[in-house]
Design a protein around this ligand. Sequence first.
Ligand SMILES: [Zn+2]
Length: 320
Amino acid sequence: MALTASQYNFIMRQYEERQTRNRHLREERLRHIYRTVEGYQALDESVASFSVAQGKKMLAGDDGALSQLKDKLSELSHNRARLLVQNGYPENFLQPVFDCPDCRDTGYADGQKCHCFKQAEIALLYKQSNLESILEKENFSTLSYSYFTEDTLTNYRKAVEKCRNFAGNFKTIYQNLFFYGTVGTGKTFLSNCIAKECIEKGSSVLYFSAAGLFDLLARSARDYKNQEEMSALCNDLYSCDLLIIDDLGTETASAFTLSHFFTCLNERLLRRKPIIISTNLSLEDCQNRYQDRIFSRIASNFDFCKLTGPDIRMAKRREM
Ligand SMILES: [Zn+2]
């Protein structure tokens, strides 16, 4: 889907806020260093006074002044870094701070929308702003094996390993994953672990419940005036770096939405764009529920990962 002007402005305002926040953070750090690291402020001031002095010499026609200035500045910057380290701070403690170093929090890198901009766009257009808070809780660092018993633990460990490999090699090895198994065995959790790592490494991730995706396809198509919206939606579905479809089998499907779903699958497979699908259906039910052309695409292009074990969600709820 395409951004409206006010949505675009909303995203750009977030960048401005980020820049302001990080500028303040850096100023705060500088004041702290001036207070606590003896000699640091004096070094900073000598940079300014020496630059002015050399500037005057240059204006007066002193040809050597510029190279003297460069030498002196590099010496001073070296001294400042050393002073920080001696006092237990990282060398880059006073460097500018950015949430996204790739675009320096401007939203654009090399004249193109940065990956962080694309993810912000997705969050806004597909109302996925809650994804961020879910991923804060559900990621590889919060993963737990404690709900599994001996017989199911080995299988779960293998699944986790597969997911770590998927996320770790995301940009170099093309793969699609298909999680299936009974309810509450961690399928969504593992998809979220992958999503979090991919977003952090600068990939755009579009996440849908199957019900949500099929609804959106049906809605976009019903409104015949909305051809542009539909083609923008398809463009996002085909081109985002990772598409996650959760809970396949819970959607209300029509011949029309199924055909769009097939096109989406096919298009991404052709473009070698990874997909993760999860379902509570058995493979047999899947095969019965979906047309042969859909199931055969999945069977021949996805890495299957079966999850078994206790219902983690129920176990967590009981604990609470
Ligand atoms: Zn960025």
